[in-house]
Design a protein around this ligand. Sequence first.
Ligand code: SF4
Ligand code: MG
Length: 327
Amino acid sequence: SKLILDVQDLQLHFSQRSGIFGRERAVVRAVDNLSFQLHAGETLGLVGESGCGKSSLGKAILNLHRPTAGRVIYQGKDIAGLSDRSMRAYRRSLQMIFQDPFESLNSRHTVATIIEEPLLIHGIGDRESRRQRVAELLDLVGLPSSANSKYPHEFSGGQRQRIGIARAIALNPSVLICDEAVSALDVSVQAQILNLLLEIQRELKLSMLFISHDLGVVRHMSDRIAVMYLGQIVEIGDAQSIYRQARHPYTQGLLAAIPKLGSLAEDVSQIGGDIPSPMAPPPGCRFHTRCAFAQAKCKSDPPLLRAEDGEHFTACHFWEGLSASPR
Ligand code: SF4
Ligand code: MG
């Protein structure tokens, strides 16, 4: 199918205060030579522990962070070269849904105003047609029309996320970036919001980048899954294939840590050890400090993403020799 986003060797480094007194500066390598493609109508799940660079990647794609190197190509055009006008159109085509709908919604505005705002900003329609559009959007996300005149605090977390979704799709985007969109919600509500996102994605034929630390949630949503570790993709492939035949030891650890029903814990205890600082990623394979299968080569040679069958790529020197237990 049609290629929508083509992220090529993207690198996002930024300088940050460090040291005990914050007097030194260090380079945070949030995203490091990362490439992937997103096709029309496809959902790519992006999974990894907090601090692995997932959100930075989302922001770089939205052009909220300027990449240090590499390119984001949207429908054949490098976004770095877009005119102001084309950048506005780009911003309109890509929308983001955040973790905390309460923080991202203006608490002093009514729901109608919140949902209408993007239409106003982009100068779309007259008052009456915008009013109709808001009513349509409320209906689409399963909120009653009486929600219109209420304020965000009058709603539950799940309902607030519905408001956030209505606002995000108001401009008919072609790509939705969901960053931990259900992580702040109760498990019972998570399923409702995930199903709503699936419905909307099908109805509007959206491409979706679904970012989460929770591989269980990502699997529910995704056609393909990319696993990120310290700014890099360590495994990418078809969701079924990743889930049934995870090859990278890190992915296997994430799978073993999928929270049981009723638990929201970001539990990666199966993997052990802390995620190293993105200011000083380990040499060689960045995962070697936590990998039970690490050998001498892993400490010096960075493994490249390789595929056996052309679709499922893994960055591990030894995955062929590891026993990936089928699920
Ligand atoms: Fe583990 Fe080595 Fe594979 Fe890295 S390359 S995941 S350290 S076995
Ligand atoms: Mg994040």
